[in-house]
Design a protein around this ligand. Sequence first.
Ligand SMILES: [Zn+2]
Length: 344
Amino acid sequence: MHTFYYPGHIQHDPAQMHRSDTLFQNRFYGEVPQRGQLIFNALQAAKLGPITSAGDFSIDTIGEIHEYGLLNLLQNAHERMANEAESQLALPNTFSKFALRHKPQSVWGQLGCYAFDTASPIFEHTWETAYWAVQTAVSAAALVHAQGSKVAYALCRPPGHHAGPNFYGGGCYLNNTAVAAQWLVQQGQRVAILDLDYHHGNGTQMIFYGRSDALYCSIHADPLHEYPYYWGYADEYGEGSGKGYNYNFPLPRSSTEIVYLAALEEALNRIRFYVPDILIVSLGVDIIQGDPIGGFQIEAGILRQIGKAIAALRLPSVVVQEGGFNLENLGQLVVTFFNGLLGK
Ligand SMILES: [Zn+2]
């Protein structure tokens, strides 16, 4: 299996929030640079295949999914915040809840237009890191497409599935999975996305909600009680020509593997019925018990079964890293999933 990885991701460290603002000192923030390094180390030790850097598919590839206003803000918010507000912390202090007749020019106003939560500060290297996370995902997609490789892995950090066409949040700035899926669609591929993260991938859902050329299936904690709260319900099936191409499987917070594997089988049947050319797996290992922001009661070894069940689809697959925040076993969890997927 070929893995793509951008080591420079360590420059984006949202835990800086704790150091730069007393308001955040006691807040847990799990999307830290060690995540990428721990997974990288575990993959290397497990000798699952080569790990290389990504190719550059340019900003235009990202512009196929995200508004340029968002891309501009991600690029310059840090500097503008320092100049306009003398702050190191580019986080919104308002949120635009209503339809806008005018886009504000102030950096504060623009942050409130594009951010949907306060979990995603923009620092000096955030843009560069998010940019290369997307290129990492597209590189994996391109390899699977060009060489008919069975599986490629995009070790992305920051993750992406909470980022939508014109919004960012949940530690996600650009939607790595969606940009890779769009790139594949443009190559004439029929794409199915299976989102396994503990949290619903509201960004990915919204991007493809009105489209039939990409199927989105997600198994996650019930948004009645868990982030992202406003999306991810079972009756969200898509709209317009996208109706019937979006399936959510929300599960109660303390679900065990029996419940989870039953939902997985249903989701895999949706994917079989769709007959895609390529599968993209949004892999979040925060479904395993012990995750500091997860809640399912699923043992680590189940990831191997999940991988095996996906392998039984016999589809060329691109795996894109999303969440997973237990630094004690994060690397091993990802390896366990691949052991199942690759039949090891
Ligand atoms: Zn998650």
